[in-house]
Design a protein. Structure first.
Length: 269
């Protein structure tokens, strides 16, 4: 008989070292690509390959950023957009959990509501924004609702499908031991669906940001969406590009926060 070779601790260390080296290599490649893009962009604007009035340049964006910070305008726009995004995101997650639990707990409700949820999820949310303004008026409430409308219906459907995909043998075991539907929900369905919930949250945070920006385009006097649309109207295209880059940074930062929370939860499991 062949003797199985025991795994030596040094093999595990070698594996972790290779993983760390791989992550460092990927990080270096990412930084190099970004640095090369910025350098090429600046060079193209300086040599006249592109029109720096239309496409701006890294140096002009830095100067624009400095001026907006000195004037105290930038943080005002960022804070408003960030607050609206976080509020709409938290409301979406709360409504998603409650609605998915309701659909899971009552088959008649789920069979009745599911086609309507699909229809509402497929509606173009940018077309709903003007109606929301008429119904709710212009203000933070309308923008938050617009942000929610982009994400909430798809989130409910995704989480409900995750609930329905839970191992039926585990549910039968709980019921056989005398547990109720509440025990099934709290002991099996919700814990099993938390990894899927984190995946939904990582998508929702970006969708809520998109919805908030759509709302700010139409009905706001503050926020990054307003800054972008105002910059395009007065031909301050450096404001437009800077606003877009800041939105990319916000989206990445919020996403990374959720990734950290997910890793912390998985380590505790």
């Amino acid at each position: 008989m062949k003797k199985h070779r025991q795994k030596h601790p040094s093999d595990t260390n070698t594996y972790y070292i290779k993983q760390i080296q791989h992550k460092r290599k990927i990080s270096i490649f990412r930084i190099m690509i970004l640095a090369a893009f910025i350098a090429l962009w600046e060079l193209a604007a300086t040599l006249g390959w592109i029109d720096d009035f239309i496409f701006s340049s890294p140096s002009k964006l830095v100067l624009c950023l400095k001026n907006l910070i000195i004037q105290g305008i930038l943080w005002q726009h960022i804070s408003i957009t960030l607050l609206e995004t976080i509020v709409s995101f938290l409301l979406v997650i709360g409504i998603t959990l409650l609605a998915a639990i309701l659909l899971w707990s009552n088959k008649s409700v789920s069979e009745t509501a599911e086609p309507y949820m699909v229809i509402l999820n497929s509606l173009p949310k940018s077309a709903l924004a003007p109606l929301l303004i008429v119904w709710l008026g212009s203000g933070y409430r309308t923008i938050i609702v617009t942000g929610m409308s982009v994400a909430v219906f798809g989130s409910i459907l995704s989480l409900y499908q995750a609930f329905m995909a839970v191992n039926p043998d585990q549910i039968k075991l709980i019921l056989t031991l005398g547990g109720s539907r509440r025990h099934v929900l709290t002991k099996v369905v919700l814990p099993s669906s938390i990894p899927h919930l984190f995946s939904i949250m990582k998508v929702d945070i970006g969708l809520c940001l998109v919805g908030v920006i759509i709302g700010e385009f139409i009905s706001s006097r503050r926020g990054l969406g307003y800054m972008i649309i105002y910059g395009s109207q007065v031909f301050r295209l450096d404001w437009v590009i800077l606003g877009i880059l800041i939105l990319c940074g916000i989206a990445m930062g919020l996403y990374q926060i959720l990734v950290v929370l997910e890793k912390h939860y998985l380590r505790k499991m």
